[in-house]
Design a protein around this ligand. Structure first.
Ligand code: S3P
Length: 443
């Protein structure tokens, strides 16, 4: 059943906040732990629905991650040690990362599995992952480009050299995860750098990852039949989750928040660079390196904002943050122009349309021209609209943040989907002085 929520204007957010663990790193820690020999201990794992789907998939495949105290323990089965699940169905729910990464893993196992997902995931293109994996030897029994798909892997994967046709870390990661199981060296070549957590995590688990820069492109290679040994992983806070709180703080005067322990990998921080360019008071402090990843604390205060142009080259480093940047842009003086948003159409919803529609429903001028989104900001934003979330957690959170600064409350049709990535988001916003409530409390 849908759970409509509304958000109303806040007088400022204040507090010290620990956001949940990074979603990308959480998926990868579980998967590499399962494919290693020996034990892996993960602290700070994101315990959201998307990640629990990966835990359940691995459990069905013969590895059972278990939580004891605050630590997830995995006894890995080695690179090719997963077993045929019974029943042979893996349900990835809403999670594109879960299914795409796991297809790379399944490609190297001689087992047959049907991958399914919810309505949102079943609309999303899977061909971008299937196409390189088929070249490596994955047998796909269905002709369609979407879930549900039945696949059979092979213990004799062919190594490939793959030029990424789209800037996608999920596709890169699927090929690299198949690559460590193949019979030679597999390379992925990317034109634009996408998040590199798979490469860093593979190295953390003892795999040699070769990275070369060739005429403006990046070649990433791994050797096949690679064995990994279990490791300890400490998952830092998710910068994409923190972005919603940072945004809520910059748009509400009087705010002053400290976000602790945030992953600050350069392939993930485009949103924070944009906030700084807009004039926001965002300071990254206390830089340190944990498990090969840069981590910081972020101090964010209410700010006067100015519109900016966000170039296409920045898109991979903030691909999940455009809805919330567009919300921030509504409060900035002048225009914010976001270029090169083609990939946004293939997320949990068509985020390009959903973002523009949500802004327009709340009295904000937003224009889509081809793959550019322009938002015309104003010092005072009306609100009062109802936003359709279309099973998209980031659309849901972005528009609850919008309501923290609008004159009239903002309503979203369903808040339950937020649990896929950020359980506890609404109470966290409430606890630091924001206003998010179930619709039944609206008076
Ligand atoms: C992710 C990569 C991104 C991002 C997603 C998580 C990952 O998708 O949108 O939320 O963990 O690799 P693409 O790689 O398809 O752009």
């Amino acid at each position: 059943m849908a759970n409509p929520l509304y958000a109303k204007r806040s007088d400022g957010l204040n507090g010290v906040i620990t956001v949940p663990g990074d979603k990308s790193i959480s998926h990868r820690a579980l998967i590499l732990g399962a494919l290693s020999t020996g034990s892996t201990n993960i602290r700070g794992l994101l315990e959201a629905e998307d990640i629990i789907k990966t835990v359940k998939a691995l459990t069905a495949l013969g590895v059972a991650p278990k939580k004891i105290g605050d630590t997830w323990h995995i006894t890995g089965v080695g690179t090719s040690g997963l077993m045929q699940p019974e029943p042979a169905v893996l349900d990835f729910g809403n999670s594109g990362t879960g299914v795409r990464l796991m297809l790379g893993v399944l490609a190297g196992h001689n087992i047959t599995v049907k991958c399914v997902g919810d309505k949102s995931l079943s609309r999303r293109p899977i061909g971008r992952v299937i196409s390189p994996l088929k070249r490596m030897g994955l047998n796909v029994h269905d002709l369609r480009d979407t879930l549900p798909l039945r696949v059979t892997g092979t213990s004799d994967l062919i190594p490939i050299e793959y030029n990424l046709p789209v800037p996608s870390a999920q596709v890169k990661s699927a090929v690299l995860l198949a690559g460590i199981q193949a019979r030679g060296t597999t390379s992925v070549i990317e034109k634009e750098a996408t998040r590199d957590h798979t490469e860093l995590m593979l190295q953390h688990f003892g795999v040699k990852v070769y990275k070369n820069y060739e005429g403006g492109k990046i070649r990433i290679s791994v050797d096949g039949h690679t064995e990994m040994s279990g490791r300890d992983v400490l998952v830092p806070g998710d910068p994409s989750a923190a972005a919603f709180l940072a945004a809520a703080a910059v748009i509400t005067p009087g705010s002053d928040i400290l976000l602790l322990n945030i992953l600050y990998n350069s392939s993930r921080i485009g949103f924070y660079l944009c906030l700084q360019e807009m004039g926001a008071d965002v300071v990254a402090q206390n830089h340190r390196v944990i498990g090969g990843e840069v981590v910081v604390d972020l101090r964010v205060r209410g700010s006067k904002l100015q519109g900016i142009v966000v170039p296409q080259e920045r898109a991979p480093s903030m691909i999940d943050e455009y809805p919330i940047l567009a919300v921030v842009a509504a409060f900035a003086a002048g225009k914010t122009v976001m270029e090169g948003l083609h990939e946004l159409k293939f997320k949990e919803s068509d985020r390009l349309s959903a973002t523009a529609a949500g802004l327009i429903a709340n009295g904000i001028d937003a224009i889509i021209e081809d793959t550019t989104l322009t938002v015309i900001g104003a010092p005072s934003v009306l609100g009062g609209g109802i936003v359709m979330t279309n099973l998209d957690h980031r659309i849901a959170m972005a528009f609850l943040v919008l309501g923290q600064g609008t004159i009239e409350p903002v309503t979203i049709d369903d808040g339950d989907i937020i649990a896929t990535s950020f359980p506890g988001f609404c109470s966290m916003v409430q606890n630091i002085g924001g206003n998010v409530e179930p619709i039944r409390n609206l008076n």
